[in-house]
Design a protein. Structure first.
Length: 261
């Protein structure tokens, strides 16, 4: 198998699969452009622990980790098989690289199953989750990605799932896409310029260097998965950008593919 790309996905609101005004079809279109993985290791912004944990669930439950949404959403099940061997391999790779990691049974939160449902609706690709550490920095998650690089040669696609901008307090849920805060594009433009230049040092220091960084991410758990995907990427990665727009004034959705040159 060819070396697989690493991905970062902006998973949007939980309603992405049922809201026709949202860019759900684009996730399916993206999957058709990618090599098919034998399994996926997903790092979601919604499983947060003090140290990395990999889920060894063989049949992970669909976790509806949200409140106040339409009943239709809670009826969705995503019955993909787990990938316990991948989870154990990931934990072992982390340990071999000096990052203490454990395993436990854990289901798929909406940061995992929502994009998986859109990209692999047949639920026929095994998936394991790996937790993120919200009190650690970008460099920590980049090191995690570096430790996981070997998985890309073993048929496993490493995917980080979060949001390229995520400030719910600044969101206006009555806003139209054309009402986007211009500071959103200033941040995403800077981020994508640094990604294209492979300027890892600047990216890891984004909180100090990027324009409006703290406004875009008052807490950065939704951005940390991108650094894991970036760490898993090749040194000379090619960058694919799928820009899906900005919603609710401040919530940008962009997907990045870190491909092999």
């Amino acid at each position: 198998m060819n070396r697989l790309p690493a991905l970062f996905l902006s998973h949007g609101a939980p309603t992405l699969p049922i809201d026709p005004s949202m860019p759900s079809a684009e996730f399916g279109a993206l999957s058709t452009q990618l090599p098919r993985p034998e399994a996926i290791l997903m790092l979601s912004a919604h499983w947060c622990t003090t140290q990395p944990l990999a889920s060894v669930a063989s049949a992970p439950e669909t976790i509806h980790d949200f409140y106040g949404f339409p009943r239709q959403l809670y009826e969705i099940q995503y019955p993909a098989p787990g990938a316990p061997d991948v989870a154990r391999r990931a934990a072992a790779l982390l340990g071999a690289n000096g990052i203490a990691a454990g395993v436990e049974q854990h289901g798929l939160d909406h940061g995992a199953w929502v994009p998986m449902l859109l990209m692999f609706p047949q639920a026929d690709v095994p998936v394991a989750q790996l937790s993120i550490q919200p009190y650690e920095d970008a460099a920590h998650h980049f090191r995690i990605g570096r430790a996981l690089r070997a998985l890309k040669n073993e048929g496993v696609m490493v995917i980080g799932s979060g949001q390229i901008t995520h400030n719910l307090r600044a969101a206006d849920f009555s806003a139209r896409p054309e009402d986007a805060d211009p500071r959103v594009s200033e941040f995403t433009d800077w981020f994508e310029q640094k990604l294209a230049a492979r300027d890892i040092d600047a990216l890891l220091d984004y909180r100090r260097q990027a324009p409006h960084a703290v406004l875009m991410h008052p807490t950065d758990e939704h951005l940390l998965p991108v650094f894991a995907a970036l760490g898993a990427a090749d040194d000379d990665y090619t960058l694919g950008i799928q820009s899906l727009g900005t919603f609710q004034r401040s919530l940008a959705m962009t997907n990045y593919v870190f491909g092999s040159a």
